[in-house]
Ligand binder design. Structure first.
Ligand SMILES: Cc1cc2nc3c(=O)[nH]c(=O)nc-3n(C[C@H](O)[C@H](O)[C@H](O)COP(=O)(O)OP(=O)(O)OC[C@H]3O[C@@H](n4cnc5c(N)ncnc54)[C@H](O)[C@@H]3O)c2cc1C
Length: 401
């Protein structure tokens, strides 16, 4: 690719960094905004494969964002407040036949000392808020560029799909925030096919949600109900074959299949509208960087959506990278990238492990396991210090200090 790309002309002195962000999704844009806001002296270029800003906003996903993510987005003037629904309580339970009484865990914002445990936002509304903030901050995004990389010892060339150089010079740092599309997924250090498909849609239930979110573990996969306006946003994980069948069913049949899986706390399900499906897998790198190329967000780790952690983690990646780049020129870049990789290790490792365990652990069918899982939920339901510690980690992430 890009055989004719010109060679870099600048000597590597301690000049401002040339940085390119590949992918103007939520993670790439939040990084661009933080670099601007922290006054990082970088020549910044942002590219996205979508033909225009509007195209990415059609994504029907509803995301649960933590209070920590809200604070970050708010500080970037990119919090879509009017489009967000607060999550005040989370009800966690498992569906297990044969166990007389099953423990359930109730996480509450009040107990965690927070205004809300999180908020639900449509992907498109969040993207629009970030795009507006980026425009106001003078961040230009070049849409319609499906970027390919040509890494060099001291930087990287960016090329288009035909191999033509997109910039007249190599950049010192290429940040991949392309959601994981860039690399052949099988080359990842950690790869797992969950053999689950997430069906997403909108569900109306008999009882008003009053800020309640529901996480229900079933033998097929987890089900999440997220308060969204007057209804719930549904993420229903089932085997791929069952997902295909359900998508061809009429809404009444879909509702009949879902109802027995739900806990009583949300009342009878009244109306279901499925809106799309996503195959689920784990794709992650142990290291987030190779030379002068850094991955963050879904490009570094694509997780199972159980517990709604992927974007929260990606936003914390972006905050950590912006922090280490502050005041750094070309000379200090190597050390800054090493610090970034190390700083992100505990948070990424904890959530990779936790989501992987939750995604699979409740589908295992060995004798005694339902009882063990009930014991774990019972422990969490009973021990409020443990519950509080977990709540804070889910909101603000895992750190060394
Ligand atoms: C069903 C489902 C439910 C989820 N629920 C939650 C939740 O509740 N909470 C949560 O935190 N997370 C959730 N997630 C995860 C969340 O959606 C992702 O973590 C998040 O979208 C990642 O953002 P990103 O910016 O890294 O990547 P993306 O959102 O994928 O954006 C990547 C961008 O890069 C662009 N791009 C791709 N390839 C190229 C290229 N070659 N060149 C240039 N640009 C390129 C794309 O056009 C896109 O704009 C969920 C995921 C799924 C599937």
């Amino acid at each position: 690719m890009a055989e004719a790309a010109p060679r870099p002309t600048d000597p590597a002195g301690d000049r401002p960094l040339r940085v390119a962000i590949v992918g103007a999704g939520p993670v790439g844009l939040s990084l661009a905004l933080q670099l601007r806001q922290l006054g990082i002296d970088a020549e910044l270029q942002v590219f996205d494969a979508q033909p225009d800003a509007q195209a990415g906003r059609a994504d029907p996903r509803v995301l649960a964002l933590s209070e920590g993510s809200r604070q970050l987005l708010q500080s970037l003037q990119a919090w879509p407040r009017d489009a967000a629904t607060p999550i005040l309580r989370i009800h966690v339970s498992q569906q297990a036949a044969g166990l007389a009484s099953l423990p359930r865990v109730l996480l509450q914002a009040e107990e965690a000392g927070l205004p809300a445990l999180g908020y639900t936002v449509r992907y498109g509304d969040l993207l629009q808020a970030l795009q507006s903030a980026a425009q106001a901050a003078g961040v230009q995004v070049r849409h319609g560029c499906t970027v390919r990389l040509q890494p060099q010892a001291q930087g990287a060339w960016l090329c288009d799909a035909q191999g033509e150089a997109l910039l007249p010079q190599a950049v010192d740092l290429a940040v991949l925030a392309e959601g994981g599309a860039f690399h052949n997924q099988t080359q990842r250090a950690l790869h797992r096919d969950y053999a689950q498909t997430a069906l997403i849609g909108q569900l109306r239930c008999e009882r008003p949600h009053q800020g309640l979110a529901v996480e229900r573990f079933t033998a097929q996969g987890p089900i999440a109900l997220l308060p969204r306006g007057a209804d719930y946003a549904l993420v229903w994980c089932v085997a791929p074959r069952q997902a295909q069948d359900l998508l061809q069913d009429d809404p009444a049949a879909q509702l009949r299949a879902l109802q027995p899986q739900l806990p009583a706390v949300c009342g009878r399900a009244l109306e279901l509208r499925l809106a799309g499906s996503y195959p689920l897998g784990l794709n992650a790198r142990l290291r987030t960087r190779e030379g002068r190329v850094v991955q963050l967000g879904n490009a570094a780790q694509t997780l199972h959506p159980v517990a709604g952690q992927g974007l929260n983690l990606g936003l914390r990646d972006s905050a950590a990278l912006a922090r280490v780049l502050r005041g750094v020129g070309v000379q200090g870049l190597e050390g800054a990238l090493r610090a970034y990789d190390l700083a992100r290790l505990p948070d990424r490792a904890a959530l990779l492990g936790l989501t992987d365990l939750l995604a699979r652990g409740f589908t295992w069918n060995q004798p005694g396991l339902p009882l063990l899982r009930a014991g774990a939920l019972g422990l969490l339901a009973g021990a409020s210090p443990l519950r509080r510690a977990l709540q804070r980690r889910m909101v603000f992430g895992w750190r060394f200090s």
